[in-house]
Design a protein around this ligand. Sequence first.
Ligand SMILES: NC(=O)c1ccc[n+]([C@@H]2O[C@H](COP(=O)([O-])OP(=O)(O)OC[C@H]3O[C@@H](n4cnc5c(N)ncnc54)[C@H](OP(=O)(O)O)[C@@H]3O)[C@@H](O)[C@H]2O)c1
Length: 252
Amino acid sequence: MKSAIITGASCGLGEEYLKQVIQQMPEIEEIWLIARRQEKLEMLASRFPDRCIRCLPLDLTDAESFDIYQKELETAQPDIVLLINNAGCGKLGLLADAAFAEQAGMVDLNCRALTAITVLSLPYMQRGAGILNVSSIASYAPTPRMTVYCATKSYVSAFSKSLHEELRPRGITVLTACPGPMATGFLEAANIIGRSRTFETLPYCHPERVARKSLSRLRRGKTWYTDRGFYKLYRVLGKLLPHSLVMKFSKT
Ligand SMILES: NC(=O)c1ccc[n+]([C@@H]2O[C@H](COP(=O)([O-])OP(=O)(O)OC[C@H]3O[C@@H](n4cnc5c(N)ncnc54)[C@H](OP(=O)(O)O)[C@@H]3O)[C@@H](O)[C@H]2O)c1
């Protein structure tokens, strides 16, 4: 069955990806939604009764979830035409003040889970399939006060570029999506609201637009999506200028 997998699908950008998959890809016969909150996933799925949607309530920081996912794949034998690795989290604050478990959890979700879900899904992907990995503008230059977060997103961007080259002979495209700040649950979970002048002054990206444009670019065979001209410029500056200088502005 032609299938799409979306992680972090219970709200925010992941919810927008579900809507875009439904609108842009009528050929998809089944959509798998992954996140921790089962009731949120089921409520979302119930809004699209004419589509076949399967909810997998999994905590992707728990290694047991990867065994469950693998078994689900072995049983269903899906033809994965689209994998969206969207689940992610951040934390604002100085590393020296942070709890280890919180920082390690960020690495587990943003890097380890994305890697695991990709590796486990690849045997079920054929020529023409696509992988969309949600990174961030935080991958363009180091971001003090979000040190681990920006490092995890640098991982996502480097992983995605390299994987695209590896998968080129198999005809599988990998797109890296790099949104700037979005008004989603991410901000509260990351403890950003009211605690960062940078976040208060930066232009915001709209999750619907990020999902729509990044998915449509992937379907046209493109490998990168940065939302808004402001962040396209930031990407160029992050490449041209010394990071010691960029960090004076990127500090959150
Ligand atoms: N919002 C921003 O400012 C911003 C900017 C740049 C990039 N991004 C990236 O965009 C992506 C989506 O974030 P968002 O803004 O939509 O944030 P969000 O509203 O907080 O959504 C995060 C999603 O990830 C899921 N999730 C969190 N922890 C999980 C876990 N341990 N296991 C499985 N699923 C988990 C959440 O569902 P449950 O809670 O139900 O598990 C939710 O569906 C992330 O990769 C984020 O890093 C966000």
